[in-house]
Ligand binder design. Sequence first.
Ligand SMILES: C[S@@+](CC[C@H](N)C(=O)[O-])C[C@H]1O[C@@H](n2cnc3c(N)ncnc32)[C@H](O)[C@@H]1O
Length: 825
Amino acid sequence: MANDMMKMMAALGLSQQDMEKMMTQFGAGGASSVSALSNRAQLGNTFADIEAEVRAEIEGFKRQIEEDRRLGPAPSPPVHRPSLINALVQSRATLEQSTQKNDVDVKSTYVGHERHYSTTPLSKLRRIEFAKMQIRKAHKGHYLLCRLVTPPTRIVATQICIEDPTGDVRSLSIYNYPGTRLAPAKVLDTLFPTGTIIAIREPYLKIGLHDGAPFVRVDSPSDIVFIKPSDLILDGIRWKFPISTSTPVPRTANGWKDLGNGHFKSGQYFASVVAYSNGLDVDPSVYLLQLNRAAAYLRLEYFSAALSDAKAVLSVERLSDDEEAKALFRIAQAEYGLGQYKAAIARLEECLAVNAQLSEPAVWLSRCQQRLKEIEGKYDWAQMFKDARAPGKRVDVAEYVGPIKVQPIPKRGGGRGVITTRAVKAGELILVAKPFVACFPEELSSVGHIMSTNLITKTRDSPCCSDAMSQMFAKIAGNPELASTILDLYAGPEYPAPPPAYPPSAQTDMHLRNPRAFEVDLDAQRIESIYTYNAFAPQMIDVFDSPDATPPDLENLPSALYLLPSLINHACSGSASWLHFKNIMVIRATKDLQEGEEVTMPYTHGPTYLTRKSNLGKHLASCDCWLCEADRKDGAALCRQREKLLSRFETPPMSRDMSLHVLLTFLRDVEATYSASRGPIRPASGKAHHELATAYVLKAQKDPSFWVPSITEDMAALEAFGLTVLDKSTSGPVKSKGRKKNGPSLPIATTFTAMVECAYCVYFSLTIAAAFSAMGDIVRAKNWFRAGLWVDSITIGGGRGLFDIRYEDTLDRIGISRLAQSTTL
Ligand SMILES: C[S@@+](CC[C@H](N)C(=O)[O-])C[C@H]1O[C@@H](n2cnc3c(N)ncnc32)[C@H](O)[C@@H]1O
């Protein structure tokens, strides 16, 4: 059950430490247990060490920032030109050597701290030279005109020696530039060839921590403007030193095409679009460059840019059939990426009319047909599940937006939330969303990874989180028309509240014209804050693993940012559930909702409000849901006691004392942590009841009289999670209370005010079915199996096809596979 719990617990941008806390308190080690990870102790040590390390790092970093603030701007120390050039040439040689040796590259950096960026257009700035610049200062109102002197190298940032026209040099560190993360030297050469002239808008001069040397730090790639030799800005500029052109760059359009194709083949798509663009600058008539660039834009998910390039190629006269078909296919792929499936179908048909032999467009045609069904909410869930399990692949489906809308909700941070536009039934699909950016462990670069210490959460982000966060820069830069859709997401309490309406209308006047000319000023700090407050840790929909299932790698969780789901607020007892088919996020109502009711979902789980409150740290001081209210009424002391009791039952049942005496005491002690006025929903009691049920199941293997108490305890568990058991009988004729009109009998009520731990409720229903089956009471066994199906349908959904695949092993293990085959809801 560990993965299932992870799925439920993985919360908006929660750190490993948060996750560990959650798993510790609430994890599940086995199919029939409420226990936590069996290797918890080991994990505990690791996380404690990391936490201490991160705390110390953050303290050091903050001290440095405070010291910089205290010292303030000061004249820049001089830099010895030959020494700096030599140092950067050496660093470049080291990068090349480590690439050759395939060394694993693990670097660390900071995110979420205050950073400068420019919003003033270059034309409104005045030129400044190094001699007039000060350290620890952003030079407002100025730009630095400079030339790249050395071949680029990198650690986290790309580093280059730059000179101003007087020949004065500094090192330049560029962070977040698209395509540069862990990039090999030859990619950096394409992006930043020696001799290139750039202008840096409102440059910030820092002082090196270790060497005390001044350097220009650029965090927002949009601060860098590439200057063409013909640019008027260069009028009257004389460079003291002759141009250095040690980086060999192609001279012809075809030379750039070959370079671009090389980058494309090695998956360096941003470098390839830059190479193709450079080729087009040399000779705009070489339309094949534009056709190739469209293909690279498609890989980068710059769909509007791909569409524009492929359309431009299509308008060229005298294209060969092959070129025309390619242009049409790329237009169709771009339209597909933009969700314009009908337009894509028309283009694919045109493409096949040009060449009916092409196999790929035919495949894409059927994909488009499938997507058209999906935008209506009709998904092939079983296929999605299979696709989600296929290693190295992402799931490709259309998005679906159900009966919801964004509405101002002033009392929530960010001031907005999601409400229903009509009455919604429990189990109804609310949203299916694709990520704006995402990273899964298997997608991390084989070269290595970057660890980011997040100054907002004061934790270390997972490598995937760090990677996906960095993708934001390239993705916003390449889709400027979508920029406000991202930048209007909640950026935390330090920022002004975002506009109440969401999504904003697309900025149709914004287009990517040149991959290196940024249409949007990229505010690094804001982008990192948005990611921090809105990202999810996608967890694969995968339930009831065997008790020996390997727990998920908490240090290596995937990470993704979704747009509309980011508008849904938290409630521990949320009205919706969320889960992932790999990259695809699916949100369903878990209770009946009236028109206009808020859709909420749990960002985190935990045994009491105490753990949940601590897990929710960055989001809210205190959750106002009924579950937290009820816990708070019980009081902190009893809640602490409840958490302590549960933590003692973390290890799987087989590896601890499962005697009835111990478990009965456990149940009694847990019950005592709930006040008398508490009401029936008592999740911890539910777990204790199920622990007892598990012990009875073990005994029943030898003595069948224990089946009945096992059933009774699991029924009690269901009630403690919020379900009403209508038929508590364990023998005799079956009552028909739960019988639907002309339908099969369900032993549970299908209306409820609230249900917690829905996935447990499926499993408990199935274990009751298994017990009745073992007793030979097939009618009750089938009814309880149906109860499991029904609970699953309102929590996970996806129909019987998906249920059968997901529960195949579980049903086999608890011995009801055959019964399941002959039973429908
Ligand atoms: C992912 S955003 C949710 C959407 C956000 N309300 C908006 O307007 O964009 C997460 C932030 O919403 C706010 N939030 C979410 N659930 C909340 C709740 N139950 N009470 C108060 N604020 C909440 C918190 O500020 C949290 O950091």
